[in-house]
Every structure is written in structure tokens, then in C-alpha cells.
Design a protein around this ligand. Structure first.
Ligand SMILES: Nc1ncnc2c1ncn2[C@@H]1O[C@H](COP(=O)(O)OP(=O)(O)OP(=O)(O)O)[C@@H](O)[C@H]1O
Length: 211
């Protein structure tokens, strides 16, 4: 995985936006975590904007850029977001600027985005690799969510319901570059990693976010 190992040589430090998506509990964070562990200097994360209030200890520009709703809406109007969502009345978004900051460091910018966000990325013709992480089955997904013990019973049910719809998007043409079934974590991780490395090997030009 030479191209993923490249650290110091500027010419080898190719950058690309890598988007992971898929149902809650499918294993996106687990796979991203392994990429980060194995390629600590190659993987970067952009700082998102949000209208929610900072929690104790959170700093503006570190965990998030904390902005008033008016400012967030101005940014939407000005097309400054690659994707954004309103979750329980609070806005969250990934700005072009934040992603470019990571890409300009010669890093891969890794995002975890919902299916709607992926559609937005495709509609805007943003150059990105989009990888859908699929659970082996909904039964296995449910079992993993329960074992994680981070959700209430109602939240688990909601996630399983949403997962059924999200899984249907796997068959949509031109939405995802790769669908990885996360049966065994190491195998799924290797499949995603190999795909990214091959993409980087293919593209000689410096990565440009906009067409
Ligand atoms: N291949 C696997 N086999 C068994 N368990 C797994 C596998 N991959 C991940 N898990 C476990 O399943 C649970 C869900 O994984 P993870 O938190 O990575 O999902 P996620 O897609 O990031 O979810 P969310 O979108 O809710 O953050 C975790 O407890 C994780 O340790």
C-alpha cells in the first residue's frame, strides 16, 4: 500500500475526499478508526459547522465551528456546504473550505455522511470516493447495535427501520463507488483500503474538489 504510506514526498501525497456511508451500526467508525490507526498522517478529518451550542470543553474550530443559525443559513445560500443536515432542529454541515484545508495538507479527507449527504455530493459533481458500508444482514445489524449498548430500545428500532431504506440505495446507479459488506472487520477494512489505494494509484493529477 505504498501510495497510502506516502508521507513526506509531496508528489506522492495525493489527496482525495473519501466518504463513508451506510446504516448506523454497519461499521463505518470501526473501519475509519482502522484507517486512522494504520495511516495516522495520511488521514485527515475536516471540522464541521454546527448551530448547536458547544458542550463544556469544546472549542470553536476544534470539535466544530460553532455558528449562529443566521450565519449557517447564509452559508447554505452561498453554496458553501458540500453537504448539510438538520438533526433535531440543529444544523450540521461540511464546508468546502474545511475539506480543502485537509486536502491541501496532502491528506485524504475522510467523511462519515448520511445517504442524503451522498446524494448532495453526487448532485454537485464533487470528486469523491463514496463507499457504502453494508451490514451482512439486518438481523446482524440489530445484534451489533444491541451489543454496542449506546442506544435505547426505541433508537435501535428506528435505526433498523432506517437501515431498510438505506440498504435499498445500494442498487442505485452512480451513487456509490463501492459497496463493502462488513462481515469480518479486517476483511471489510482491507477491501476499502485496497480500493482507495488503487484509486490513488490511478489518478496522477493533484486532486481537485470541484470539477
Ligand atoms: N465486522 C464486524 N463484526 C462484528 N462486530 C462489528 C463489526 N464491525 C463493527 N462491529 C461492531 O458493531 C458496532 C457498530 O459499529 P460502528 O460503531 O463502527 O458502526 P457505525 O456505522 O459507525 O455506526 P454509527 O453510524 O451509529 O456511528 C460496534 O460495536 C462495532 O465494534
Amino acid at each position: 500500500m505504498q501510495v497510502l504510506d506516502a508521507e513526506s514526498n509531496q508528489n506522492d501525497s495525493k489527496s482525495v475526499l473519501v466518504v463513508f456511508t451506510g446504516p448506523s451500526g454497519a461499521g463505518k467508525s470501526s473501519i475509519i478508526q482502522k484507517l486512522k490507526e494504520n495511516y495516522p498522517n495520511r488521514i485527515g478529518f475536516s471540522v464541521s459547522h454546527t448551530t448547536r451550542s458547544p458542550r463544556p470543553g469544546e472549542q470553536n474550530g476544534v470539535e466544530y465551528y460553532f455558528v449562529p443559525e443566521e450565519k449557517f443559513k447564509d452559508m447554505i445560500e452561498n453554496n458553501e456546504f458540500i453537504e448539510y443536515a438538520n438533526v433535531h432542529g440543529r444544523y450540521y454541515g461540511t464546508s468546502f473550505q474545511a475539506v480543502e484545508t485537509v486536502l491541501n495538507r496532502g491528506q485524504l479527507c475522510v467523511l462519515d455522511v448520511d445517504v442524503q449527504g451522498c446524494r448532495s455530493i453526487r448532485q454537485r459533481s464533487i470528486k469523491a470516493i463514496i463507499i457504502f458500508i453494508s451490514p451482512p444482514s439486518l438481523t446482524e445489524l440489530e445484534s451489533r447495535l444491541r451489543s454496542r449498548k449506546t442506544e435505547s430500545e426505541a433508537d435501535v428500532r428506528k435505526r433498523i427501520d432506517d437501515a431498510e431504506d438505506e440498504m435499498k440505495t445500494c442498487g442505485e446507479p452512480n451513487l456509490y463507488d463501492l459497496v463493502v459488506v462488513n462481515d469480518f472487520l479486517d476483511r471489510a477494512y482491507n477491501e476499502a483500503r485496497t480500493f482507495i489505494a488503487e484509486y490513488l494509484n490511478d489518478k496522477d493529477q493533484k486532486f481537485q474538489l470541484s470539477l
